[in-house]
Design a protein around this ligand. Structure first.
Ligand code: NDP
Length: 450
């Protein structure tokens, strides 16, 4: 046994830090984890979980409208924001408790407070110094605001989860995951919602058909979605906040939410002093085993800015446990990571976009299907689902699968297994569909588009 207090000291009890702590303790390591804010990190407290609960809440407004086509009359629906907040908070408190019990049950020592490196093997938390053979940085990320006049009037997604009142009018700035998700949430809850994106088409990095389809669907629902819209400054006006755009237009709102990316939380952890290398965005530079530039200091999750997703942080944590205490050095695998955007309708995506596949393979075959979901034949709702497969010409391997439509995340999760296994289009074709589902379309697309 080493002469240190712990074999591993973890900074940050979010998705990655908690999983790494538990797995390392499972291998017999003596582990401590320090957390200054909340157990479970962004995902549990101000991210994935409350966001998905809000998405469910927002969807009811459509469901009530759609019910009429099936013979239901539901009267005039009313929404109570405070009730949603209270129920959401209760659930998060329950999850915080589960995280505490999981750590305690695994024998991990929990330490409350802000941790700071003293040197390579020592960490200070509130004046108490602990020594450890290895230190794991898993402090996560934080919303990043551009530096424009009046930005102090804007909120981030962190605050959106705790607003005392639901705004009547909201402006959302950004065109990534969080911006489109909150546009759908606010709009569904009855807020007049404007989304502003600085480029020509939002969701950069996603397949172009997906981006265009979601833009159409959001506009059909009544979201005021504007591209090439840059906010120059924000002012407080007599009737709320005013966003002044580069073209001079002034847009009023009660709340302005910025979702313009998240940056690694690496400031004031003592990293520079100890010699841990950071990149230009402040992310910890790691090798393929998650080792920082200092040999016994490791980093996983958003603090490394590889892929900012909870399941990726968890995967990195498990790989690290194998490397450090499992006797099996393991590199995390960042290839073909599926993800979903819980927009309305949602997006599911795995593998390459059409543009990426063309760049990598030259010629590719594209299979695409657009249809109105069966459910909406009776509701009359004008909603299109998009499904798309990208197939490498030579071997016929499916290298990308993308969807916009109900349950896209649920469906793409299954497809992702096939893509990860290297399944060919022929194997997709040999798979018999489940009828009637939307998902069966993924195994019945026969003719490539030209
Ligand atoms: P993203 O990186 O996804 O998107 C940031 C958006 O803000 C982009 O559209 C970007 O535009 C725009 N932007 C950046 N800087 C500025 C600026 N100065 N002025 C105006 N616009 C700007 O970040 P998010 O904040 O949406 O989310 C952070 C990460 O969290 C995501 O990347 C994702 O990995 C993760 N996440 C995952 C979710 C899920 O799995 N469902 C849900 C929520 C978050 P441009 O494209 O032009 O650079």
């Amino acid at each position: 046994m080493s002469g240190y207090d712990f074999d591993l000291f973890v900074i940050g009890a979010g998705s990655g830090g908690v999983r790494a702590s538990r797995m390392c303790a499972g291998h017999g390591a003596r582990v401590a984890v320090a957390e200054e804010r909340y157990l479970g990190g962004t995902c549990v407290n101000v991210g994935c979980i409350p966001k998905k609960l809000f998405v469910y809440a927002a969807h009811f407004s459509e469901d009530f409208e759609d019910a009429a086509g099936y013979g239901w009359s539901v009267g005039e629906p009313a929404f109570d924001w405070q009730a949603l907040l209270a129920n959401k908070d209760r659930e998060i408190e329950r999850l915080n408790g589960i995280y505490a019990r999981l750590l305690d049950g695994a024998g991990v020592k929990r330490i409350e407070g802000r941790a700071r490196l003293v040197d390579e093997h020592r960490v200070d938390v509130g004046g108490q110094v602990y020594s450890a053979e290895n230190v794991l940085l898993a402090a996560g990320g934080w919303p990043h605001f551009p530096d424009i006049p009046g930005i102090e009037h804007a909120i981030s997604s962190n605050e959106a989860f705790h607003l005392d009142r639901l705004p009547e009018r909201a402006i959302i700035v950004g065109g990534g995951y969080i911006a489109v998700e909150f546009a759908g949430i606010f709009h569904g809850l009855g807020v007049r919602t404007t989304q502003l994106y600085r480029g020509s088409l939002f969701l950069r990095g996603f397949d172009d058909d997906v981006r265009e389809t979601l833009a159409d669907e959001m506009r059909k629902r009544g979201i005021d979605l504007r591209f090439e819209a840059r906010v120059e400054r924000i002012e407080r006006g007599p009737d709320g906040l005013v966003a002044i755009l580069a073209d001079g237009e002034a847009l009023e709102a009660d709340r302005i939410l910025y979702a313009t990316g998240r940056r690694p939380l690496t400031a004031d952890l003592g990293l520079e002093e100890v010699g841990v290398e950071l990149d230009a965005s402040g992310a910890v530079v790691v090798d393929e085993y998650s080792r920082s530039s200092v040999p016994h200091i490791w980093a996983i999750g958003d603090v490394t800015d590889r892929i900012q997703l909870t399941p990726v942080a968890i995967h990195e944590g498990m790989a690290l446990a194998e490397t450090l205490f499992g006797g099996r050095p393991t590199r995390p695998d960042h290839i073909d990571v599926a993800s979903a955007v819980f927009s309305q309708p949602p997006i599911g995506s795995v593998g390459l976009t059409e543009a990426q596949a063309r760049e990598r393979y030259g010629e590719v075959e594209i299979y695409r299907s657009r249809f109105r979901p069966l459910k909406h034949t009776l509701t009359g709702r004008d909603e299109q689902t998009l499904m798309k497969l990208i197939v490498e010409r030579g071997g016929g391997r499916v290298v990308g699968a993308h969807m916009v439509g109900p349950d896209a995340g649920e469906i793409i999760q299954g497809i992702a297994i096939a893509v990860k296994m290297g399944a060919t289009k022929e194997q997709f074709d040999r798979t018999i569909g489940i009828h009637p589902t939307a998902a069966e379309e993924f195994v019945t697309m026969r003719e490539p588009v030209s």
